[in-house]
Design a protein around this ligand. Structure first.
Ligand code: 8DG
Length: 128
């Protein structure tokens, strides 16, 4: 099966986390953490900073690794490395996404997450 390796930014601000809504493709309208496929030779941190700049014209600080998710979609196997991040500068301009929302832990399940994200979202909701 085809495999893809993706990095995802769990961007936090105060008690909120940023969710973005996919603007294209098979999973259009589902919600995700911004990010994307790693390119050859990139570290996860470099890939995250590049993707967030491309998608949101925003610079981020990558604070720490959270977890790696493995998920089988019908057409490929996804390995997704999730990192806790914060905004360094920029105003989250939506270059590719349809919408973005800052969600508190209590609101996290108010949007329809991509299937691979549901476990990590549940974990975040359980943080003290
Ligand atoms: N960015 C991101 N992708 C996710 C998440 N959860 C999840 O299943 N995915 C899947 C959806 C996509 O199949 C894949 C990411 O690919 P992408 O299309 O966003 O990456 P990209 O911008 O590098 O891709 P491309 O359109 O330029 O080919 O990972 C998530 O939280 N964030």
């Amino acid at each position: 099966m085809k495999r893809i390796e993706v990095v995802a930014a769990i961007i936090h601000k105060g008690d909120k986390i940023l969710a973005t809504q996919r603007g294209y493709g098979e999973w259009k309208d589902f919600w995700e953490f911004p990010g994307g496929k790693m390119e050859a030779g990139e570290t996860p941190e470099e890939a995250l900073r590049r993707e967030i700049w491309e998608e949101l014209e925003t610079r981020i600080v990558v604070e720490r690794f959270v977890k790696t998710i493995d998920w089988d979609y019908p057409a490929f196997h996804l390995t997704m490395h999730c990192y806790l991040c914060r905004v360094e500068s920029g105003c989250l301009k939506l270059k590719e996404h349809e919408a973005a929302r800052w969600l508190t832990k209590d609101d996290l399940d108010s949007v329809e997450w991509l299937p691979a994200d549901r476990d990590v979202v549940k974990e975040i909701s359980a943080y003290p």
